[in-house]
Ligand binder design. Structure first.
Ligand code: PLP
Length: 394
């Protein structure tokens, strides 16, 4: 019980030191085990952690990789996606989602998001397919570019699954692979209780330190139910060599370090507890904002789903001024994400314009994420909500 009576004067967006304090001894033992073994790249520590993530995410295969970005990249490579292909995705996401597609010479094709969940809208994907594509010999072709659409890549933004049921149906009808960008969503569940990453052909996780399961550096994982894809992913992870030094395909160095696997394996045991902490904090914000800030749109939660609240993201008026107001009160906040991908400078050659995806563009103007990490105290949450309420009165 925290009996301290000191008034709250600041709240960071994320405080990983608080988490570390609780697990320091266990982490040190795990790290020392790797140091004693001097087995730093892949090896038994990585294999063990892969098994744990596979069980946790309810998939048959998990392959540790170097980052969430590389997870997306190697997933696309395993599906042979290249310059003659297009991949449908959301413009309202972290850059890596679109970046991975473009790095392989493929073309990201954006469809707008659902205004309530901020996730890729199945309706907008359906409209795009019906209006702008045609089926030719069993492959979906974009009429304008004449390129083949190979996959759809929904993102489970902020820790809540995208609307996977209709997206999976569309994918099936149109011969598209489904890659889940579950970087923010390990352990999240769809409305029918299916875990993020286990729904599509390949799921991608990130262990960037600010994700719910964060490494002491970079790390990632690809998961799949498909044995053949799993084998291909494993080979691509080591430059495509199988056996070693014999290359039937070109992969990369996408390996996960043993030190990261050791840290992550300790942390995974606490993940559900931390998720419960985040969910409780989200519930408390919902109640406080409901009572004190009628102008705020709290996060929408899908029926029956498991939202793991990597972020607690609200829609507000005068967002940038509010952010400055919070900053003055030493309250951490962040805008995920201020520029939708179709308006990023590096994607200007794709030919999109302002106004093409109004829901994403509106979200980019009005969202703000506030501290929801498990160790945030109720007094700190009250401080955040009071600060926002005082701004809105002005
Ligand atoms: C974090 C993140 C990634 C990239 O993960 P890294 O491990 O940082 O490379 C990709 N997509 C989304 C949606 C993310 O949030």
């Amino acid at each position: 019980m925290n009996t301290s009576v000191e008034p709250v004067t600041s709240v960071p967006l994320l405080d990983l030191k608080a988490q570390y304090r609780g697990i320091r001894d266990e982490i040190k033992v795990a790290l020392d085990e790797v140091c004693e073994s001097q087995y730093f790249v892949m090896g038994p520590m990585v294999a063990g952690f892969e098994k744990e993530v596979a069980a946790y995410s309810r998939v048959d295969h998990a392959i540790g990789v170097s980052s969430g970005s590389d997870a997306l990249l190697v997933a696309l490579m395993a599906l042979d996606i290249g310059p003659e292909h297009e991949v449908i995705t959301t413009p309202f996401t972290f850059f890596a989602t679109g970046g991975a597609i473009a790095r392989l010479g493929a073309t990201p094709v954006f469809c707008d998001i659902d205004p309530a969940t901020y996730n890729l809208s199945a309706d907008s994907v359906n409209a795009f397919i019906r209006e702008q594509c045609v089926m030719k010999n069993g492959v979906l072709v974009n009429k304008k570019s004449n390129r083949t659409i190979k996959a759809v890549m929904p993102v489970h933004l902020f820790g809540q699954t995208a609307d996977m049921e209709p997206l999976m149906t569309l994918a099936k009808e149109n011969n598209l692979y489904v890659i889940e960008d579950a970087a923010q969503a390990i352990g999240a569940e769809s409305g029918d209780g299916v875990r993020a990453g286990s729904i599509g052909d390949i799921g991608c996780f990130s262990f960037f330190p600010s994700k719910n399961l964060g490494a002491f550096g970079d790390g990632g994982m690809v998961v799949t139910q498909n044995e053949e894809l799993a084998e291909k992913l494993r080979v691509l992870r080591v430059h495509g060599g199988k056996p070693k030094y014999y290359h039937a395909m070109i992969g990369g160095n996408f390996r996960l370090d043993a030190l990261q696997a050791a840290v992550l394996s300790v942390k995974l045991k606490y993940l559900d507890e931390w998720t419960t902490g985040r969910q409780k904090n989200a519930d408390r914000y919902d109640a406080l904002f409901g009572a004190q800030c009628p102008d705020i749109t709290a996060p929408y939660r899908i029926d029956g789903g498991r939202h793991i609240f990597n972020q607690y993201t609200v829609r507000v008026n005068h967002r940038d001024d509010l952010r400055a107001h919070l900053n003055d009160r030493k309250i951490g906040s962040e805008v995920y994400y201020p520029v939708p991908l179709h308006l990023q400078e590096c994607f200007s050659s794709l030919g999109y314009q302002k106004g093409d995806f109004p829901v994403s563009e509106e979200a980019a103007q009005s969202v703000i994420s506030v501290p929801v990490y498990p160790e945030v105290s109720s007094a700190q949450q009250q401080y955040v909500v009071d600060a926002i309420a005082s701004f809105q009165k002005k």
